[in-house]
Design a protein around this ligand. Structure first.
Ligand SMILES: Cc1cc2nc3c(=O)[nH]c(=O)nc-3n(C[C@H](O)[C@H](O)[C@H](O)COP(=O)(O)O)c2cc1C
Length: 199
């Protein structure tokens, strides 16, 4: 059954990678979803998003690096344990797509219009939500994480980042198939966040 945009938006929820089964979503399908998802509003048409679609070996490596970041200097046993848990959780995800935002701060555009940095980030965020909704439309569950694995000195090299000086990680999108039901999320009443002059 193909769902409309409203149903997809309402149905999408964050799923924890630990709930994903071992089944790996078809990488060629994921490539198609990225191709569609990158159609998003983009001031100056800078096409800022860069995508890193990882294989199992790299997913494990990224998990290992995050485990090290979480463990810190290794002086706190609780953090070491937490790091091991994170390394397992991340490393066993069947899918991981990393989205970065590319802006060259020395470019003529960025020097003339510094707002392009935020605008590029906004475009990348739109693209990430597009991709999450496209995942949802294919029955693929996902989680957007910003766990600071990018603080690890080996991170750029492990994912083969093209221009580490100009790229900022926007999202680690963990994805896979999950049967786990998710609770409804409640929102504040719209009227507390909306001033509607047409009412
Ligand atoms: C920019 C961004 C960063 C996020 N980073 C994390 C994260 O590091 N860890 C995490 O558990 N969830 C992260 N999330 C997921 C949110 O926690 C989740 O969207 C929120 O709990 C609302 O749940 P929902 O997505 O099911 O509506 C992030 C979401 C966004 C948009």
């Amino acid at each position: 059954m193909s769902l409309g945009i409203k149903e997809l938006i309402l149905r999408r929820k964050t799923s924890k990678p630990v709930t994903f089964s071992d089944r790996i979503p078809d990488p060629s399908l994921v490539r198609e979803l990225i191709e569609t998802g990158r159609h998003a509003p983009n001031h100056h048409r800078t096409e800022p998003a860069r995508f890193y679609l990882l294989d199992q070996e790299r997913i494990q490596e990224v998990g290992r690096l995050f485990g090290e970041v979480v463990a810190g200097d290794g002086s706190e046993p609780a953090l070491i344990e937490r790091g091991k848990k994170k390394a397992r959780e991340w490393g066993s995800s069947p899918g991981l797509l990393i989205v970065t935002c590319h802006t060259d701060p020395d470019s003529e555009l960025a020097r003339k219009k510094p707002a392009v940095i935020e605008e590029n980030y906004a475009t990348c965020s739109c693209i990430c939500q597009n991709i999450l909704l496209l995942f949802e439309s294919e029955g693929i569950s996902a989680k957007w994480s910003t766990g600071p694995v990018f603080e690890h000195p080996d991170f750029s090299q492990v994912i083969g980042m093209q221009s580490p000086q100009c790229e900022k990680v926007v999202a680690l999108l963990f994805y896979g198939y999950s049967e786990t039901g998710l609770p409804e999320r409640t929102y504040s009443p719209l009227d507390s966040h909306l001033r509607d002059f047409t009412a």
